[in-house]
Design a protein around this ligand. Structure first.
Ligand SMILES: [Zn+2]
Length: 386
């Protein structure tokens, strides 16, 4: 410690300021960082500055003083009480097992962020990007991958790897806009709840539909009291023709892993080889589940954005109509593809297996309706809300 802050009038306490370790300052023991480089450091956005948190706090404390501040160099270990006191504190700190937490908060008005472009070189800017990436405290994809893995294991009993979960997002049964939504959900890149909570005096963290203080993705999809969420999940469950025991427990993990969901074939005979039965998958039901869940989630998200950003309101009938439309569009796309693009027997079968049990007037549809050119198909109309 080679600098001290002189009191501007007798009786004011002394503040010891750490001496700089950078080469120009080391060369001249009478110079100090706080006085020599502050302007440069702030212009450069504090990039590549060692112990910058401590320096910024020291500067913040100095700025909080209303009186002018002078510095005076003193020789180390020369009996100066301020210098000896600082040495003693440093010595005590070095002997501690764990560091004492320090309040490093900076007054908002003086918290300069960003850097002046004119002062940046390409190397410094690159270093700044790397530093920022290392300190970004958003929960990254790893925690979301673990949520997806746990949800999937609870539903299917399968342990997925990170690679298979990433591949699940790009499954061909998930439409491209929904893949983007899932990718961004994995990376927590939507500006929701906790993002706005970090910005002081910002009101966007609150859910406008139900006044919940933190509007997270999980809240929007599963907890919000808004009509779209309630109605869409009810419709999705009502359309599902394979029984409640094959409908998953919906959570953020299930949604993230919707491309990897697997429905097992229900068979009455489980005596011969139970493990073999467990391995049998129901491809039609699996595909339908992926379609229903991914389309429902995406519609809830779209309606939320229309409400929160566009200020639109949705009636129960318009929500029902749009969900019906979203699922019917998939059905029609399947039928057109089966008729005109992928005209294989296995694809006809796949389409019919997928939509079995969900179609309107299914008993009266012609044999192999997926191939027939003149047949209009649609899912069973949703029941009116209670
Ligand atoms: Zn809400």
């Amino acid at each position: 410690m080679a600098e001290r802050l002189l009191p501007d009038r007798p009786g004011r306490p002394h503040y010891a300021v750490a001496r700089c370790a950078c080469p120009p300052c080391k060369a001249d023991a009478r110079r100090g960082c706080g006085t020599e480089h502050l302007q440069t450091w702030e212009d450069r956005g504090w990039i590549r500055i060692e112990h910058r948190d401590l320096f910024r706090k020291a500067v913040d404390l100095l700025r909080r003083r209303s009186a002018p501040t002078w510095f005076e160099w003193v020789k180390g270990h020369s009996g100066d009480p301020g210098n000896d006191g600082a040495d003693e504190y440093a010595d005590r700190g070095a002997r501690k097992d764990a560091p004492t937490p320090i309040d490093l908060d900076i007054k908002r008005e003086w918290n300069l962020t960003g850097a002046k472009l004119a002062t940046l070189t390409q190397a410094v800017a690159y270093q700044g990007i790397r530093e920022r990436a290392a300190t970004d405290d958003r929960s990254g994809p790893q925690s979301q991958l673990n949520l997806a893995r746990d949800a999937l294991e609870a539903f299917t009993g399968n342990q997925e790897t990170d690679a298979t979960l990433w591949r699940g997002i790009t499954h061909r049964d998930i439409r491209k806009p929904i893949r983007t939504f899932l990718y961004r959900a994995y990376h927590n890149s939507y500006k929701l709840g906790d993002f706005w909570l970090r910005i002081q005096d910002h009101e966007k963290a609150r859910c406008e539909a139900c006044d919940d203080p933190e509007e997270s993705l999980s809240h929007i999809l599963f907890e919000c009291e808004s009509d779209p969420r309630n109605i869409i999940w009810r419709l999705a469950k009502e359309l599902w023709p394979h029984g409640e025991e094959t409908w998953p427990n919906l959570s953020i993990g299930t949604i993230l892993a919707c491309g990897n969901l697997v429905v097992k074939r229900r068979t009455g005979d489980r005596d011969e080889d139970e493990q073999e039965q467990d391995r049998k998958r129901d491809p039609g039901a699996t595909r339908l589940l992926k379609i229903i869940i991914s389309e429902s989630v995406h519609l809830i998200w779209r309606l939320r954005c229309e409400r929160q950003i566009g200020g639109r309101t949705h009636t129960a009938s318009s929500i029902t109509r749009r969900w019906h439309q979203a699922i019917n569009d998939r059905l029609v796309t399947d039928q057109i593809a089966a008729r005109n693009i992928i005209r294989t027997e296995s694809n006809y079968q796949n389409v019919e297996d997928t939509w079995k049990g969900t179609l309107k007037d299914e008993r009266f549809l012609p044999f192999e309706w997926a191939k027939a050119k003149e047949v209009l198909v649609g899912i069973v109309p949703p029941r009116p809300p209670i």
